[in-house]
Design a binder for this molecule. Structure first.
Ligand code: GLA
Length: 388
């Protein structure tokens, strides 16, 4: 067992005074490219990372749910009979929201037994690495098994998304849960968010001597408030004004017409989504044809589009991107929903120390809070960690 698995099992025992039925886990994710395209029915290209959330869970013989975690003092108790989004608050809305959302996808919540769950994680919170999707996906695979639901992974991703949308109140798309549930080692998930068709594409970073460095700016963000929902609303307004169901239906050839019909800000929001969808397709093709050393320019262009057209970057992210490129990264961009969180820098392995120290120095000179930096590897998606 890993340290994290041991700590989770021990945490469960100390809270609930008996052993769990099993351990399940799910990873955080990093998005290589394809930002804010998911809720526009577009393309994304994330991968599951080697930072996980582990849940220890045991069924009860009554209808009570008890949730506890290493990151909150309070344990929360609720009967399955009162499990509605309006009753869910704080961190426990993630695991409890998943239990509720399973009911929306076919689980008969009037008959299933209650459960106890303890959650521990080494996915950093607020870094844009989907600590929330990791909780949702780990709880979803656990309950799917112990409640005997037999839902497939794309459906479990929709369960996690619904929990996030309704129980947590963040109007997010399907990318994070899909990456956490479908990811595989050394590969990324090329997902069509309209059809939910997913293709696993080998990344080949190791063979090319590349590492993906995460630069967590420690600028915190919250997608349940503010900018994220505004961007989503602009995309919907742009699609409506252009007479399409979603921005996925547009290509770069439609942009001149869009420029004449939309106000400048809405046009730039639309242009980001349309060009970003194309960049995802180009990245997947380039990776296949030429390998990962050839995708750097696409990452750079994606960042510029998010900074100037979609306007979801912050000065700390821009500094991380510019500095890592100058110090030898072959491509860099902010990743995730934006307004804070992390940047990624695809970097030749031998240059990682140089990039790290250049970024540290640049942040110190600018008077910014020191960033956290670490390398992530593409890893397996959600799974059961202990034998059944
Ligand atoms: C957040 C959301 C995702 C996606 C990204 C932006 O991570 O949870 O659904 O929209 O932002 O690409």
């Amino acid at each position: 067992m890993t340290d994290l698995q041991q700590a989770t099992a021990a945490g469960f025992k100390s809270r609930f005074a008996h052993a769990p039925d099993g351990l399940w886990s799910a990873p955080g994710r990093v998005n290589l490219i394809g930002e804010h395209t998911d809720y526009n029915d577009g393309f994304v290209f994330p991968f599951a990372i080697d930072r996980r959330t582990v849940v220890a869970l045991r069924l009860r013989s009554d209808r009570l749910i008890r949730v506890a975690s290493s990151f909150a003092e309070d344990a929360v108790e609720l009967s399955l009979d009162h499990l509605v989004p309006e009753n869910l608050h704080g961190w426990s809305a993630y695991p409890l929201g998943v239990a509720w959302a399973l009911g929306e996808f076919g689980a008969d919540l009037t008959h299933v037994p209650g459960f106890e769950v303890f959650i521990d994680s080494d996915v950093p919170i607020g870094a844009g690495l989907s600590s929330s999707a990791a909780i949702e996906s780990a709880v979803a695979v656990a309950l799917n098994e112990v409640w005997g639901l037999d839902l497939d992974r794309p459906t479990l991703a929709r369960v996690g998304q619904l929990a996030e949308n309704r129980a947590v109140g963040a109007p997010t798309g399907i990318m994070d849960q899909s990456a956490s549930l479908l990811g595989e080692a050394d590969a990324a998930v090329f997902l069509d968010c309209r059809t939910l068709d997913a293709e696993i594409i080998p990344l080949g970073f190791d063979a090319a001597g590349l590492d993906l460095l995460i630069i967590d700016t420690n600028v915190s963000h919250d997608h349940a408030t503010g900018g994220y929902a505004d961007r989503r609303a602009s995309c919907e307004a742009g699609a409506a004004a252009l007479g399409v169901g979603s921005l996925r239906d547009l290509s770069e050839a439609d942009l001149p017409r869009a420029a004449t019909l939309l106000d400048d800000e809405t046009f730039r929001r639309v242009r980001h989504i349309v060009t970003e969808n194309q960049r995802v397709l180009d990245t997947v093709r380039t990776l296949r044809d030429l390998g990962p050393t050839a995708i750097g320019a696409l990452l750079d262009t994606s960042h510029v589009s998010m900074r100037d057209d979609f306007e979801i970057s912050v000065p700390q992210l821009d500094l991380a991107v510019v500095t890592s490129r100058e110090a030898g990264a072959i491509g860099a961009r902010m990743t995730g929903g934006g307004f804070g969180g992390a940047a990624i820098a695809l970097t030749p392995r031998e240059l990682i120390p140089a990039v790290r120290s250049a970024v540290s120095e640049a942040f110190a000179s600018a008077g910014y809070v020191a960033p956290d930096m670490f390398v992530v590897r593409a890893s397996d998606g959600a799974r059961r960690d202990t034998a059944a």
